[in-house]
Design a protein around this ligand. Sequence first.
Ligand code: TRP
Ligand code: ZN
Length: 894
Amino acid sequence: MRTDIAQPIRLTDYRPPDYLIDTVDLDVKLDPHATRVLARLTIRPNPRGRAGADLVLDGDSLVPRRIVLDGVALDCAANFVTPDRLTLATPPQRVFTLEIETEIDPSANTCLMGLYRSGAAYCTQCEAEGFRRITYFLDRPDVLSVYTTRLEAEIAEAPVLLGNGNPTAAGMIENTSRHFAVWHDPFPKPCYLFALVGGDLGAIRDEFVTASGRKVALAIYVEHGKEASATYAMDALKRSMRWDEEAFGREYDLDVFNIVAVSDFNMGAMENKGLNIFNDKYVLASPHTATDTDYAQIEAVIAHEYFHNWTGNRITCRDWFQLCLKEGLTVYRDHEFSAAMRSPAVRRIADVRTLRAQQFPEDAGPLAHNVRPDSYLEINNFYTATVYEKGAELIRMLKVLIGAGAFRAGMDLYFERHDGTAATIEEFIACFAEKSGRDLTQFLRWYNQSGTPLVEVAATYDPNAKRLALDLRQSCKKTPGQDMKQPFLIPIEIGLIGEQGETLPLATEGESGASAQELAHGVIELAEAQRRVIFHNLPTRPVISFLRGFSAPVRLAYDVSEADLVTLVAHDSDSFNRWQAAQSYATRLLLRNIDLIRAGKMPEPDMAFIAALKRVLDAGTIDPAFAAQVVTLPGEADIAREIAEDVDPEAIFTARKVLRETIGRELASPLLETYEKLTDTAAYSPDAAAAGRRALRNAALDLYAAGQRDQAKDTGKDQGLALALQQFEQTRFMTDKIAALGVIAARPGAEREAALDTFYKTYASEPLVIDKWFALQAMIPEPETLARVKRLLEHPAFSLGNPNRVRALVGAFAAGNQTQFNAPDGSGYDFIVNAVLTLDSRNPQVAARLLSAFKSWRMLEAERRRLAEAALRQVVGAAHLSPDVKDIAERSLA
Ligand code: TRP
Ligand code: ZN
């Protein structure tokens, strides 16, 4: 762990490296406690660096054993080398070799960065700055080297030895029980893409033939016995490889592509060149252990890491400020892939739900930062929804602005011009400016200004002139370090709908204040603080479908009537906005009800809303996956964000619960019919259509049961619980099992405890399924939950050392249980603070992420705000904080 006094790193301070490392030859002798790493580096002065500068190599907690400069051994005890740094004061001003031998203890590595062990296997994680925990190096993404890795291990302990690139040699070491393997990666890469794996692993193998006919050997390595659960991931990999050829013209470039699944992993997965390492949660799936959501996530993460081969590996980032250059772009690419594999409309809704749930709160709180940050203390804390999800939205928006043709041409130019280099956002955007002929200077503000813009719309219809005037206005609240915002370039896709639901043309006749181009494409560009656009030839007042497809990551303030929302739900040709209209209606209703509840009154059912939902359920023509999205109400955090200040999580929860009960009661029979109609008797298939039917069926069960719980108060007979119990007992498939258990878990009592018990016993040998069991219990919205979670911390299946377990139990409580994390007595905050502090000495990255659950504390009502602030101050005041946790705590309070 680094102990330096923290100095912020600034984008404006960027300087090219003074030295370059052309080749890296590693010889790694794996050993549980004393792994020896011999690194042979070929170094030369960078013509673009400062001549004669010191060579300063990064290290992190390293033990140097031998250092040899051009054949001459240096004294390792001298003070030019510390655990964190190796400085050569006057290195040769020509090509020279530096040999460094370090010794590391992978078994003692609990932060899961650098070389560590997951179970009995050895693996590495080097992004962002983990390579310096393996050897001294210029640990920065703009130093690209060709790597050759020789691995050596006891053959019994690690029969499988994997590295980046292609295998070039392997064999036994004579007269020993050890063997070796040599891997060579011909593509120059930054050290964050280095990886190695050693262990006793099973594998499934396949082959892919690229568009130009090259054969690629594919393998996915898993724990012995889990091979069958990797077949869906393999299928997703082959589909990703094909799709990248078809959609982006990108072929794979090595002879092999290996994926390794490990159970101890800080994030989702890592795109190491030719050797992706995955959290096993994003590889392993069987119908009995994985839900449809898990399958969709596996497909997306497999694609994401594969797509990095071009967007991230062949073209990497100049510095970590450019992180969105690879992450935003690659998320955009995986979104497009999932849309192509599944229903584009449903994927878009899911992606926007994620953006709003994860990124909007970031932008609205103390942790707000640019998609391309301009300074950081700890880069690990910038692998955020803003960099990833908003970063992806910016690419999508760029495509809306310049059109699909210019977008593809710009991507092609980017791949051609920057292949083999470490690039910047400016260089990326320049490719699109060139191909579209547009000046994209203003668009770059999206990268350099944080905060979610607000677009206010006022519509005035003049029946005599048959004209509709739209007054658009944009603003953006100040965010940390940014008091003033320049206007963003906001593409707003728009449609007009007639009384019968027909599409009305965006009339070009007369003075409209919009360009012919804008009207032809239905995309209005809001570039100024305000703008007026007029539509002509409208004999009756049209209903406006605004921000179709969510064409820009903004918040919308538009005073549309509820009747118009109902029209949009029924008729909008843009599916996203049909869903959005239902969400907007529900949000309004909930906000109104929250005021009533806080005033001690009981809300009345809104029959127009109920009727709109009923039409969605009744229409036989609607895609079930889409219908499931429509009948799913906005989440508690979504509602909190709308309220934005003086938030009472309890009132939000109650309003949402009451509305769900109302829908369940009023629509009991259509919900039950939907449930029965969608009962699938066919064999399980994870495809999108079958998953969509299960999604709607389980949404119907959930709402129906909510209504029955309410009824049961009078009748004493809970039909919803009975139906859920029946599904729970009969199904063998995880999607339906966990959906039923969710309904059961919402009801305190013996049935719940018995079902939880049965579930545990059934899946005790499947840690990823037990994670669902932990999470489900952590999210029960009852005051007893905290005690339950504390009990579960002691459960034999729980381990503080495994990030998946921590996220499932502690993370789910903090992020997924609004009422109990925000318990009015502060007990939820205390619990999370204690967990963060305990975890911090072991795994700072996971601890810091857990602490970011406090990101929205400032919008809470006064008493909770006071308690949350005190909790954060307790963190700041604690001794021996990691830079990770300290940074999040301090920024949260700033
Ligand atoms: N680059 C990885 C991805 O998004 C994620 C990643 C970054 C990561 N840092 C990490 C994964 C640390 C594990 C640990 O694809
Ligand atoms: Zn990524």
